[in-house]
Ligand binder design. Sequence first.
Ligand SMILES: Cc1cc2nc3c(=O)[nH]c(=O)nc-3n(C[C@H](O)[C@H](O)[C@H](O)COP(=O)(O)OP(=O)(O)OC[C@H]3O[C@@H](n4cnc5c(N)ncnc54)[C@H](O)[C@@H]3O)c2cc1C
Length: 354
Amino acid sequence: MRVSGGGRCNLTHECSDIREFVKNYPRGGRELIGPFYRFGPIETIEWFESHGVPLVTLDDGCLFPKSDSSEDVINALLKTMTAEIRTNSEVFKIFQYLEKFEVELASGDRLSCKKILVATGGGAFIEGLGHTIEPCVPSLFTFNTSDKELASLSGIVVKEVCVSVGKLRVAGALLITHSGVSGPAVLRLSSLGARTLAETNYRFKVKINWLPAQSEKEIFQTLEKQKGTSPKKQVGTWSPLGLSSRHWKLLVARAGIDEKREWGGCSSKALRQLAAQVSGFVLPIIGKNRHREEFVTCGGIRLKEVNFQTLESRLISGLYFAGEVLDIDALTGGFNLQSAWTTGHLSALSLAEI
Ligand SMILES: Cc1cc2nc3c(=O)[nH]c(=O)nc-3n(C[C@H](O)[C@H](O)[C@H](O)COP(=O)(O)OP(=O)(O)OC[C@H]3O[C@@H](n4cnc5c(N)ncnc54)[C@H](O)[C@@H]3O)c2cc1C
C-alpha cells in the first residue's frame, strides 16, 4: 500500500458504468460485475471519504487521497480494524484437520480456525490448498529493446500512438526510455498480452504507429505536399507531421534518407518508406523490466472455483479468497486496488455472515 501509486496511492477509478469499468480487467472482468454492483468504486469512494480520507479525481479518472499520501489510506484501514495483527508471521502451510483449518507459521507456531480468508497476493503455500492455480506471469511491465538508436531518444513522449504485437493493438501515450519503451500504451499491451508475451520469453517485435490519427496514405500525401512547397529545405530540419526533431531525424534515417537531403531530391519511393516508418515502425524487444518491478501478476486461483457472491471456495467450505491471489488483474489506473477492496469487503461480509 505504502508504495502504491508512487506513494500517493491511486486507490480507484472514476466509474459511471460498471460494464464499461470491467473492460479494464483483462482477467476477472466478467466475474467482478456482480461484486462491483454490491461494493464497487462508488461505495469505495464513500467508504474512504467517510473514514477521513477525502479524495480527488484527476482528469484521467484516477482517484487519489487529497493529501497525496498513501499513509492516510493505511491509517484509515488500521483505525477501523478490531482484529489482532501479527506481522513478520509468514504462513508456511494451511491444512484441514477435524473440520478446522490449521495454519502453520514459518516459526513453527500453529493457529486454528473454522473459516479462513487468504489475501496474500500469492505465495507457495496456496498451491497446497487443492485449488487450480493459473500459471503466474508478470503483467504491467515495460519493454527493453536492442534498438540503441531509439533508446538514445530517451525522454521523448508521444501522446497518442498505436502499438501492436500480432493481433493485439493498443492506443495511448508512449514514453521512450533509456532501455526501450514505456507509458500507458505499453503497460496496457503488456497486460492484455501477459500470457502470449511470456511465451515468447519477452522476445518479440512491436509495431509502433507514431501517428495513428492519419493513414499511411495521408502521411505520404503530406510528405509529397511538403516536397512541393519546400523543395529546397532539408528533410531532417523539421517534421511536417509535428514529430519532435530528434525523433523525426531517426525516422528519416530509417527510411534511408540522408537528413541533409532536400525535399525536392526525394523520390516518391523514399517518401513512401518514410511514411511507412511513421505508420509502422518495427521495434525489436529483447526483454522486459527487471523481475519484481512489475506492478501486478497475471494468474492465481482459478476463478471458476470461487463463488463470487461470497468469495468462498467452491471446493472447500470455509475457505475464502480476496485480492490478487485470485486470477484477476487489471490495467493501471486504480483498478487493481479496486478489485482488492471489493473482494476484501465482500469476503469479510461473508466471513462475518452479514
Ligand atoms: C509498486 C507498485 C505500485 C502499485 N500501485 C498501484 C496503484 O496506485 N493503484 C492500484 O490500483 N494498484 C497498484 N498496484 C497494484 C496493487 O498494489 C495490488 O494489486 C494490490 O496491493 C493487491 O492487494 P492484495 O491485498 O491482494 O495483495 P498484496 O498487497 O500483495 O498483499 C498481500 C500481503 O500478504 C503478505 N503475504 C504474502 N505471502 C504471505 C505468507 N506466506 N504469509 C504471510 N503473509 C504473506 C504480503 O507480505 C503482503 O503484505 C501497485 C503495485 C506495485 C507493486
